[in-house]
Design a protein around this ligand. Structure first.
Ligand SMILES: Nc1nc2c(ncn2[C@@H]2O[C@H](COP(=O)(O)OP(=O)(O)OP(=O)(O)O)[C@@H](O)[C@H]2O)c(=O)[nH]1
Ligand SMILES: [Zn+2]
Length: 202
């Protein structure tokens, strides 16, 4: 029985690799290739392995937090991890998209392990996606993992479906964000996030 993964949930679909490999063998034949020829004999199994790697990705532990004394009285504290590469596949064309993600939050009495922010981001790419859904999903996961209501995520993405086909707008970049709490209101946190995540006010 096939269980369908919800588009906004964590990636953990289990796939039947030998069935997927058989389907690729059929596809290669339909596309006019000889799946038995040298070079293609193991391709269906390789591709099936890749789908398993992609869809069954396990991000490991993403919720390690440390107690932390917050900023001095009258001050404020923000944490942003930038330059996280997230690879995914667009769900309309099954073409790769690569995002550079910045994700941050305003700590309360605890901080989350920095690598966990990257793990959360990378995990959201491991399914058929939309850039906007990846960005919102990272924010949802960070709100939960940090326990902070103040979370900001921004991503700049290049989409092969816009460069390798269709409009062929090579070099087009898409920027999207998901801002919560203090980051959603005008003020220093939002300005600082914009400057840190996007390289300056736009
Ligand atoms: N919002 C959003 N759209 C995306 C994303 N990835 C791909 N798309 C778009 O999905 C749309 C699908 O449009 P359709 O008109 O159904 O398909 P199409 O004829 O192949 O469209 P073209 O890409 O314009 O050739 C295109 O405009 C893509 O650019 C994404 O992450 N977010
Ligand atoms: Zn696409």
């Amino acid at each position: 029985m096939t269980t369908f993964a919800p588009p906004d949930g964590p990636a953990r679909a289990r796939i039947d690799q030998s069935r997927v490999a058989d389907l690729y063998r059929q596809l290669l034949t339909e596309l006019g290739e000889d799946p038995a020829r040298d070079g293609l004999t193991d391709t269906p199994e390789r591709v099936a392995r890749w789908w398993a790697e992609f869809l069954e990705y396990n991000p490991g532990r993403t919720d390690t937090v440390f107690t932390h004394e917050t900023a001095m009285a009258g001050g404020d504290e923000l944490v942003v991890v930038s330059g996280i590469t997230v690879d995914s596949l667009c769900e309309h064309h099954l073409q790769p998209m690569t995002l550079t993600v910045s994700a941050g939050y305003r700590p309360g009495g605890q901080v989350i392990g920095l690598s966990k922010i990257a793990r959360i981001a990378v995990a959201r790419g491991h399914r058929l996606q939309l850039q906007e859904r990846i960005v919102n999903g990272i924010a949802t996961d960070l709100l939960k993992a940090t326990g902070s209501p103040d979370v900001a995520v921004a991503a700049t993405g290049s989409h092969a479906c816009m460069s390798a086909r269709g409009i062929r707008a090579t070099g087009a970049l898409t920027t999207s964000s998901s801002l919560h709490g203090v980051f959603a209101q005008p003020g220093p946190p939002a300005d600082w996030f914009r400057a840190t995540a996007l390289g300056g006010p736009r």
